[in-house]
Design a binder for this molecule. Structure first.
Ligand SMILES: C[S@@+](CC[C@H](N)C(=O)[O-])C[C@H]1O[C@@H](n2cnc3c(N)ncnc32)[C@H](O)[C@@H]1O
Length: 302
């Protein structure tokens, strides 16, 4: 891979002599290169990486198509494109990802936020709006980059939060994100295994997007997931249900009367999870679908 004119000259000498490596040409060339290297979102990847290197918003690239960005920018961009072509997710290369229209720092210690998880936020906002839930106190277990607690804190200005994770490294990213979004004064960050950091307290809502990939499923995950994202954030065990099997009974005594447990899951596990919640005596158990129509959120009330 090389954005140097001599590469192009082999294909079309006369055009090369007339054309510099402008932003427009870099985008077109890289789009094709990443497509050939397996990216399903090559154009978007290209634009996000180039905007990062240029230090501008992606939309501004369209006003700079004829600009020659210079050797330094091209060299930095080339290195990022190489890493992307090797499989590294764009979010890790640029260090952030959007969730619920907010920008979150991510590192290789945190899962990359998924659009599916926005449905967990929406489910809790719906419960609050319909007055089916008090949302004064909310716990987010396995907070990762902090997206659930922080987004809810932005939306529910009077709520207090505890956000926990077993990974200290993830918690420090979550804390940075909370400061960035100006909600750190309402979120306590705690480290520990599942409900242990919450012992002795009760909450109106407990939300969690825990690891739910089974050992076998991991082998089928794409390389940009299994080779880059933290396994501790992904994998639950042989069936995918192991964390839920511990979390569901542990969370019950930590919920206030009429409190809700809100869990993200995979479409394959949703009905088993509903059954598990019912077996442990949760009421009004229901499943919500994500933006693609798949069962995604399972919630139950004590
Ligand atoms: C699927 S990620 C979700 C991260 C974030 N909530 C999100 O939705 O993007 C699961 C998170 O749970 C954490 N985790 C895994 N096992 C845990 C455990 N036993 N106790 C607490 N947190 C755990 C991982 O470190 C990871 O941050």
């Amino acid at each position: 891979m090389d954005f140097q004119p001599h590469v192009m000259s082999q294909a079309n000498a006369s055009e090369t002599n007339n054309n510099a490596w402008t932003i427009g040409r870099l985008i077109n060339w890289t789009n094709q290169y990443l497509t050939e290297n397996g990216s399903e979102s090559a154009r978007l990847d290209t634009e996000i990486l180039l905007a990062k290197v240029l230090g501008c918003e992606r939309i501004m690239l369209y006003t700079r198509f004829d600009e020659d960005p210079g050797d330094q920018v091209r060299a930095t961009f080339r290195n990022l494109v190489k890493e992307r072509a090797a499989g590294c997710p764009v979010a890790y290369l640029v260090g952030h990802k959007e969730f619920f229209s907010l920008k979150f720092k991510v590192t290789k210690d945190t899962l990359i936020p998924r659009p599916d998880t926005e449905e967990a936020v929406q489910a809790i906002l719906d419960l609050a709006k319909s007055k089916q839930a008090d949302t004064s106190t909310i716990a987010d277990i396995g907070t990762g980059s902090g997206i659930l607690a922080i987004t809810l804190a932005k939306e529910l200005q009077h709520s207090q939060f505890v956000a926990s994770d077993i990974s200290e490294a993830a918690l420090s990213v979550a804390q940075e994100n909370a400061h960035f979004h100006d909600v750190a004064d309402r979120i306590q960050f705690r480290s520990g295994d599942l409900c242990n950091p919450l012992e002795g307290e009760t909450f109106d809502v407990i939300v969690s997007n825990p690891p739910y990939v089974s050992d076998n499923e991991l082998a089928q995950c794409s390389p940009d997931v299994k080779d880059y994202e933290p396994l501790q954030a992904l994998v639950s065990g042989p069936t995918g249900m192991e964390i839920y099997q511990r979390l569901i009974p542990e969370a019950k005594p930590l919920l206030n009367p009429s409190g809700w447990l809100v869990l993200e899951t995979s479409p394959m596990l949703a009905s088993g999870l509903k059954q598990l919640l019912e077996e442990y005596g949760y009421q009004s158990v229901n499943i919500k679908r994500d933006h693609t129509g798949n069962p995604r959120i399972v919630l139950g009330q004590v």
